[in-house]
Design a protein around this ligand. Structure first.
Ligand SMILES: [Zn+2]
Length: 457
């Protein structure tokens, strides 16, 4: 017998293909999936209702999907605050290269808690720093995600181009080509779940063109396709990166990615700020996805990604927090607004993005980019019950009639309830499965320990 949760009297934004909304409607959850969504009260005569929620004053949306992050940076926030990307990387790599399993676990818990509290139901972590002898970093990150209760993709990163090969990371912070490929394959085999409703997936994710060799990109793509998993990396983030690619490879980043097998519907890339028309056409033609990270791009003065042009061309676009060393807030719900605002500062001005398009980027767009659009990203019968009840009847939002405008343009809305596969993860703004205060203490302790080690005492 299915156990049902009935949510009624809420405004609902389904983010389905027609952007169906209900001013007052219901959602019925049966076990881990959505059974029905519609206007008015729930159907009568439902059996096995374990919980009935009067969601007056709330907006229900699909859970937010984060498509780019670096959890370990939770313990190196607020550093190198006035640098561009390359200077920031050079300033931080020596510290990052000292992380260990205990630090990575604490930082992952901090990153996950912050996002989950703000309505993220599917998280991802692009982890690419694996110092020798640092322990089981991937395992510790996956454990943190499981404990928090959110759905999770680990993008198992790698770097093999250090300072001695013209890269930015110090020599001791990188892996060998064969070592990185073997460890990535082992992580996929140990943790990737391809089934409907999977809580843990793994992607193959060399860090960026300027920190990995051409061979690692090529063989990484072959490995992912042999194992049937997705591919992720950073692309076209800054003008310096474009220059680097032209100098080293005689072509721009998108052409370089294409030459190494890195365009395709199984690939998504973070940033994609510096793209010309033919780059966008190549992404659209190959259905390569983009993780748009507006706050991080602004923090590092990287530029404004051409999201309206990408969407018009048919490129799948999701949103990303990015690592919290370049987006200290660590929240995704505020990125809905920042995506809209930043893109309106670009050439399309007020026509750049609507509030509903911003919500779509953070939900369905993210699901597409992670290859999970059949399971999550919209409220439709048969899909997983990953959803959020946003409280919009307090001082911050009560005077805004349009709930989607309130969510996207207003202050960060409190989360009354968030469900992942029908299981509550946040209730009245508090995380249910982890202790927020204990996480705050351990992340402070680990940040201090890392700072001491990095300073050499
Ligand atoms: Zn990043």
């Amino acid at each position: 017998m299915a156990q049902r949760i009935v949510i009624e009297n809420a405004a609902i934004a389904t983010v389905d293909a027609r952007d169906t909304e209900h001013a007052s409607g219901h959602v019925v959850v049966a076990d881990d999936v959505i059974e029905s969504v519609g206007a008015g009260p729930a159907p009568e005569g439902l059996t096995d209702v374990v919980r009935r929620i009067d969601a007056s004053g709330h907006l229900v949306t699909p859970g937010l999907v984060n498509t780019h992050h670096h959890f370990y940076q939770w313990i190196t926030r607020g550093l190198a605050t006035d640098h561009n990307l390359f200077d920031w990387l050079v300033a931080l790599y020596p510290t990052w290269a000292r992380i260990d399993e205990q630090m990575t676990y604490a930082a992952a818990r901090g990153s996950l808690a912050m996002m989950a509290r703000g309505g993220v139901t599917t998280a991802m972590d692009h982890h690419y720093v694996f110092p020798k002898g640092s322990g089981d970093l991937s395992g510790s990150i996956i454990r943190a995600a499981r404990e928090t209760g959110v759905r999770f993709t680990l993008a198992r990163g790698s770097m093999d181009r250090s300072e001695k090969d013209g890269g930015l990371p110090p020599d001791f912070a990188v892996e060998t080509l064969d070592g990185a490929l073997a460890a990535t394959e082992a992580t996929v085999r140990a943790h990737h779940d391809a089934s409907f409703g999977a809580m843990t997936q793994v992607a193959v994710a060399p860090c960026s063109p300027f920190s990995v060799s051409t061979e690692l990109l090529k063989q990484g793509a072959e490995l992912a396709r042999r194992l049937g998993v997705r591919l992720h990396t950073h692309g076209s983030e800054t003008v310096e990166e474009e220059k680097f690619c032209h100098e080293l490879f005689g072509m721009g980043p998108t052409d370089y990615f294409e030459s190494t097998g890195w365009l395709g519907e199984d690939v998504w890339m973070a940033h994609c700020v510096h793209m010309n028309d033919s780059d966008i056409d190549a992404f659209a033609r190959t259905r390569t996805g983009v993780a748009h990270c507006p706050s991080s791009n602004a923090r590092l003065a990287a530029g404004i990604a051409r999201v309206p042009d990408m969407l018009a061309a048919g490129v799948p676009v999701g949103l990303g927090v990015d690592g919290t060393a370049s987006n200290e807030s660590g929240e995704l719900h505020t990125e809905l607004r920042n995506a809209l605002l930043v893109n309106r500062l670009g050439p399309h001005r007020e026509a750049a993005l609507t509030a509903r398009q911003a919500l779509r980027l953070g939900t369905y767009g993210g699901a597409q980019v992670l290859g999970r659009a059949a399971e999550i990203g919209s409220l439709e019968p048969g899909k997983l019950a990953d959803l959020v009840l946003w409280k919009l009847d307090t001082l911050a939002h009560a005077s805004i009639a349009d709930p989607v405008a309130a969510l996207v343009l207003g202050a960060a809305a409190p989360v009354t309830l968030s469900l992942v596969g029908g299981r509550a993860v946040v209730e009245d703004g508090r995380l249910l499965h982890v202790d927020e205060d204990a996480i705050a203490r351990s992340t402070r302790d680990e940040a201090r320990r890392l700072a001491r080690i990095a300073a050499g005492h």
